[in-house]
Write a protein that binds this ligand. Structure first.
Ligand code: SF4
Length: 345
């Protein structure tokens, strides 16, 4: 029996994403004439957490352990205090670096469109610097992969001595040595996603309507007075949110800014502020897309959450959630206890 959820676009007799199969026995009430079967489709994680977009760091965190990322969202209070201190110190160092090249201006926002207008203005204001061959920090990037909107902030973009556009990601560490291979892998994925999104932006793939439809923003929404004033100060006359989107699209596509040529990650020790080492990351587009596809399948409800496989069980030893982790318990009980396909990445 096909029991279709009443909803726009559903035709009787057809199965779609929002339709469910029911197995019913003869005599079940649902088979009696006039009985309307209505089932609610299970929420995807994106819906469950009310997310219209994901951050690049959500995906890189997920690549360490997806189950841990989910616990981090649901039970942040269980995170060990050292992790919280490390994260906060890292944030302060990033802010200090940003303040070296930017002033922070407080702007009052009156709508969701105003909040997004600030991100877009931050991006617009650095395009001339990049065009002039300068160095920019904390550059917002937006894009769509697998029909999911992603947002991120690139630490630093600079031209190298040979004229290549170089992305530099700063990672601060609590310990005075370079990270393990697994930690580096997570960071590589993060910077590769930045390149993927940034390149698509400068190639004109991020059309204004992509942003408004994914984030559900209104292009006709008038911008607040403080946003308009601030835009004026940085050289843009705008009245509604759509004006800014058009400006962003035109500035990015007509600016002749190249794609990112080189990806680098600098690891430094938090306490002594000394550089521990620099990694140069190879970008393999197909692999990045495949990995993103795998992680986004969870967010879109196409598969169950997964924890680490047995070969990476060492990650559980330093995990804040090891005592309560369902995946770990099921792994201890045997592979047949786990639901969902075997992790392929
Ligand atoms: Fe992931 Fe292991 Fe932590 Fe569970 S205990 S969340 S599987 S790292």
């Amino acid at each position: 029996i096909q029991a279709s959820m009443a909803g726009p676009g559903s035709e009787p007799g057809e199965l779609s994403d929002s339709e469910l199969l029911l197995l019913l026995e003869p005599g079940d009430q649902a088979l009696q004439p006039g009985f309307g079967v209505r089932l609610k489709r299970a929420q995807t994680p994106l819906e469950k957490y009310y997310l219209k977009y994901l951050c690049v760091t959500d995906l890189s965190t997920q690549s360490w352990c997806e189950q841990q990322m989910v616990y981090g969202r649901e039970l942040p209070q269980l995170q060990v205090p050292e992790t919280v201190v490390l994260l906060n110190t890292g944030k302060s160092i990033h802010l200090a670096r940003e303040l070296e090249v930017h002033d922070v201006v407080r702007v009052h926002v009156t709508s969701r469109e105003d909040s997004w207008a600030i991100k877009i203005l931050n991006l617009l204001s650095v395009i001339p610097e990049l065009q002039a061959g300068g160095c920019v920090r904390e550059l917002p990037v937006f894009g769509v992969i697998e029909d999911v909107f992603l947002m991120g902030i690139i630490d630093e973009l600079c031209y190298s001595a040979t004229g290549e556009l170089e992305l530099r990601e700063l990672k601060t560490r609590g310990r005075p040595f370079m990270p393990s291979g697994a930690q580096k892998k997570r960071d590589y994925f993060q910077v590769c996603l930045y390149k993927y999104i940034f390149d698509a932006m400068v190639q004109g793939k991020l059309k204004p309507d992509v942003i408004t439809s994914h984030i559900q923003l209104r292009p006709e929404q008038p911008l607040g007075s403080q946003i308009r004033e601030h835009a004026q100060k940085v050289g843009f006359t705008v009245t509604c949110f759509g004006d800014l989107l058009e400006l962003m699209y035109l500035n990015l596509t007509l600016s002749d800014i190249p794609g990112i040529d080189c990806l680098k990650i600098e690891y430094s020790h938090q306490e002594s502020n000394t550089l521990l080492g620099t990694e140069v990351v190879r970008f393999e587009e197909e692999k990045v897309r495949e990995k993103a596809q795998h992680y986004l399948a969870y967010w879109k409800g196409q598969r169950e959450v997964q924890g680490v496989e047995i070969e990476e069980a060492w990650k559980c030893q330093s995990c804040s959630y090891s005592e309560i982790c369902d995946w770990r318990k099921k792994r201890a009980e045997g592979p047949e206890q786990r639901s969902g396909p075997k992790k392929s990445k």
